[in-house]
Design a protein around this ligand. Sequence first.
Ligand code: UD1
Ligand code: UDP
Length: 354
Amino acid sequence: MKIVSIVGARPQFIKCAPVSRELRKEHDEILVHTGQHYDHGMSEVFFEELGIPKPDYNLGIGSGTHGHQTGAMLGAIEDVLEEEEPDVVLVYGDTNSTLAGALAAAKLHIPVAHVEAGLRSFDRRMPEEVNRVLTDHCSDLLFCPTETAVANLAAEGITEGVFLVGDVMLDAMEYNRAIAEERSRILEDVGARPGEYLVVTVHRPSNTDSRENMTAILGALGEAGMPAVFPVHPRTRRYLGEYGLLAGMPENVRVTEPLGYLDMIRLMAHAAKILTDSGGVQKEAYMLGVPCITLRENTEWVETVEAGWNVLVGAERGEIFRAIWSFAPEGEQRPCFGDGTASSKVAQILSEYY
Ligand code: UD1
Ligand code: UDP
């Protein structure tokens, strides 16, 4: 079977690594990189570290407004699909690359398989929510990471072709956890002592595009009473520069470039707490057993909140400050992201289906 897999943004490289490894045992995979992310630290580093095959096509689309970026991808992906004539197109997650891939395939009557289907924040102001809903509604096979995702699809009338496989990010984590411990020197590089620092990531437009939110987040971090390591996404760096906040960073906040996956995993694994608005980082905090403070009003990963290991604080300075000082989850964590075999299930279901 010939599969065209479409990736373009950082979390998609991580998700595709374990799936691609499984697919290539039996199938012919053509990997398409839309070029949505293009800096070395946002793209190539993941191919190198995770052993992802070199993309067969790099469409070089780059940055742009939603319409321009998604539109440019749509046309370029259509050309690839006409050339390759695959049996199925595989898309991941909820970025503009996901939607463009799904839409291009659906219009050419090529079956679409969506990894990480069924997630909902119920917040249509998030660009990802629009991408998820539309992608799910033009997908033929929907690979869900959680039971909640299956229920979300059922509530929208999607019950055919839905499979609960678990989360491919858990597969990636399990494969790389020991490797990260062995190879990464990030704690030494940033001078962090295990259990005595915070990790922070922020890149959602709801935070980055608001001077008030970024000021509140950095204000609370400045009063954290311990070091905070902050690998800054390029989008966030741009806005922090505009707001003049990079220059006035609190002393205990250690800003770094975006990290590679192995450094990120090791850094998170030994953190006291993680503060983030990232979807992937919320899940990884849970997988690593590190308390997560989510800088959003809602989340798609409700299981982590219900289990008591994630708390939603938005971008209110007092709430963030209180969570940093007092959020202390306890007790067992229910495994809610599957058993680390999601990727092989995806490959197996694709083989059976076609
Ligand atoms: C995108 C996804 C988001 C995902 C995130 C993962 C959409 C709508 N958003 O958000 O769901 O969580 O990726 O990180 O698809 N930039 C660079 N270098 C790069 C990439 C981006 O400088 O390699 C800068 C550009 O100024 C660009 C901005 O970051 O305009 C935003 O990039 P873009 O890919 O549009 O969205 P993200 O915020 O990265
Ligand atoms: N990540 C990384 N380096 C960083 C920040 C994040 O490797 O500097 C990884 C993180 O561990 C997770 C993924 O990128 O695996 C999450 O991607 P991101 O936060 O960009 O997007 P989201 O998950 O919110 O879509």
